[in-house]
Design a protein around this ligand. Structure first.
Ligand code: GLC
Length: 552
């Protein structure tokens, strides 16, 4: 599984994220499904990605599109059956690829039988499986008075995460939305039940998990109030916000320990990928990777770059900071968009040249790249009204005018980044033959689609495919060390990747001006927006040009 220098496979891989509802609809009900993914595996394989991560498709009322699970070992009927899931695992493996499921361990759906039982009384066998607390001031009851809640903690979506259950006469805690009650991991039966589920899927051949909001699993045992903070909105490097420091409900020491325990539970099945969705500054998220020997999750998302700025200077600095926090044997994850946040083309002003340069960076820097479906063709967000959203979040905020969120750069209606994959120029972009798709297809599908870009040599799709091919051939890119190059012209980012005596250099021109660089080239591997030949010592990059070459 590991190469000579013991780099685990999951540190060398490339990840493609599939949002199953929007990938491909095989049975014409307007909703993507597992058979649809199977039918499109050759496409992903042909693109060159080695691992697929699929957002949840388990039994669920779909109140948060599957991130609210009511049975972890059953498949939601709109996505298919258990047989389809097992066949998908097999088909992925037949192509030499890996498959990652989405584990939502922190919470279940309110419809999960565990919660129903837990809620039914204060003394049932599962009464302690969720986080139940009395009101400190019972006479205030469930009224709006903040003081009636067990403490001042806020949910990740804003507002108190305590919700009153009249059935039990107590509050339960939800880190995300009210219908997603948090499990109580201080109860060993809960842990065991979840580890059984994890073992079930690992024994079916799943290659690992993406771990949903892993950093909220444990909360302060004493439920102490969070301190006041002046911060209004949470940011990627500091999840404090809504005027409080998230001292006691996020990133608790027990959660870092749990990462190691979880890793050892999965290790029984071999070398598995465990990719944590966590938030906080880099020193904090690094703790989920365990101690110096890399005995924790193995990988965590680094979400700061979801808000990237398109400049050489920005990327130089962020790469340097990431290298400082995730040195060997750790490996960072480079992610520019996902099912919760704006697509990267939005941040690039719709410029496909810029998107190509960004893809070159993402696929060659030292790290595991994670690309959201449709990014390889430059799919764009589709503005949609809040009040008819499928996503529950915009309903929570529909009384606030949209321009406020646009101004703050926040994605509230996540439907906008989850529209159906644009396969070709036919009806519904070739995603489905149904009359109506679950979300509308973007009107630009005739210009932006896989079929069209597959036929164009200089398309974004072609760039992604070509760079992935080089990456698969070059150990220096998969696992080599990274050195930022100094002394380059302004707006040019350069770095070298080295493995044994192989050295590969990347030069990326973030400006629209031509730039000339003197450097030894022994073989040009790939270039974009650069008409001159790249050889010998003088490299001329056109505006937004980029080049990958072997050097001595
Ligand atoms: C994660 C998921 C998001 C989901 C939430 C609650 O942030 O990415 O889509 O709504 O957790 O499970």
């Amino acid at each position: 599984m590991s190469s000579e220098n013991n780099t685990p496979w999951y540190h060398r891989t490339t990840i493609y994220q599939i949002y199953p509802r929007s990938f491909y609809d095989s049975n014409s009900d307007g909703i993507g499904d597992l058979q649809g993914i199977i039918q499109k595996l050759d496409y992903i394989h042909g693109l060159g990605f080695e691992t697929i991560w699929i957002s949840p498709f388990f039994a669920s009322p779909q109140a948060d599109t599957g991130y609210d699970i009511s049975n972890y070992t059953d498949i939601a009927p709109e996505y298919g059956t258990m047989d389809d899931a097992l066949r998908l695992i097999e088909e992925v493996h037949q192509r030499g690829m890996k498959i990652v499921f989405d584990m939502v361990m922190n919470h279940t759906s309110i419809e999960h039988p565990w919660f129903k039982e837990s809620q039914s009384s204060r003394n049932n066998p599962k009464s302690d499986w969720y986080i139940w607390r009395d009101s400190p001031h019972p006479f205030l009851g469930e009224g709006p008075g903040v003081r009636a809640k067990p403490n001042n903690w806020q949910s990740l979506t804003g507002g108190s995460g305590w919700h009153y259950s009249a059935e039990r006469g107590q509050y339960f805690w939800s880190s995300f939305l009210p219908f997603q009650p948090d499990l109580n991991y201080r109860n060993s039966e809960v842990k065991r039940a979840m580890f059984d589920i994890v073992h079930f899927w690992l024994s079916q051949g799943v290659d690992g998990f993406r771990l949903d909001i892993f950093n909220v699993i444990y909360k302060d045992a004493e439920f102490r109030d969070n301190p006041f903070s002046f911060k209004l909105l949470p940011t990627e490097d500091d999840p404090s916000g809504f005027f409080q420091e998230v001292k006691y409900n996020l990133n608790q020491p027990e959660s870092f320990e749990f990462a190691k325990e979880f890793r050892s539970v999965c290790d029984e099945f071999g070398d598995k990928i465990l990719l944590g969705e966590v938030s906080g500054d880099r020193s904090t998220i690094r703790k989920f990777l365990g101690d110096e020997v890399n005995n924790g999750l193995g990988l965590v998302f680094d979400f700061e770059m979801l808000n990237f700025q398109f400049s050489a200077d920005y990327f130089r600095k962020i790469i340097q900071r990431i290298e400082a926090h995730f040195p060997n044997p750790f490996m960072p994850v480079y992610v520019f968009s996902n099912h919760d946040r704006r697509r990267s083309i939005h941040k690039l002003g719709g410029d496909l040249h810029k998107a190509k340069l960004l893809a070159m960076l993402q696929l060659t820097v030292r790290g595991v790249p994670c690309m959201y479906y449709g990014e390889e063709i430059g799919m764009t967000d589709l503005p949609l009204p809040f009040n008819s959203a499928f996503d529950p979040i915009p309903h929570k905020f529909k009384f606030i005018p949209r321009f406020v969120f646009d101004f703050l750069g926040m994605t509230i209606n996540r439907d906008e980044v989850r529209t159906p994959m644009q396969w070709d120029g036919r009806k519904n972009a070739g995603f489905s033959s149904a009359e109506k798709t679950w979300l509308p297809v973007h009107g630009n599908y005739k210009e932006i689609n896989v079929e069209k870009e597959s036929g164009e040599d200089d398309s974004l799709l072609h760039t992604v495919q070509s760079v992935l091919k080089i990456r698969r051939q070059e150990k220096a890119i998969q696992e080599g060390s990274l050195q930022i190059l100094n002394g380059l012209p302004e707006d040019v980012l350069g770095y070298s990747r080295k493995f044994e005596d192989e050295k590969i250099v990347l030069l990326l021109n973030f400006s629209s001006q031509e730039k000339e660089i003197r450097m030894d080239v022994s073989e040009c591997l790939f270039k974009i927006s650069t008409k001159d030949e790249v050889k010998n010592q003088a490299i001329r990059l056109d505006g937004l040009g980029g080049v990958i070459f072997k050097s001595r």
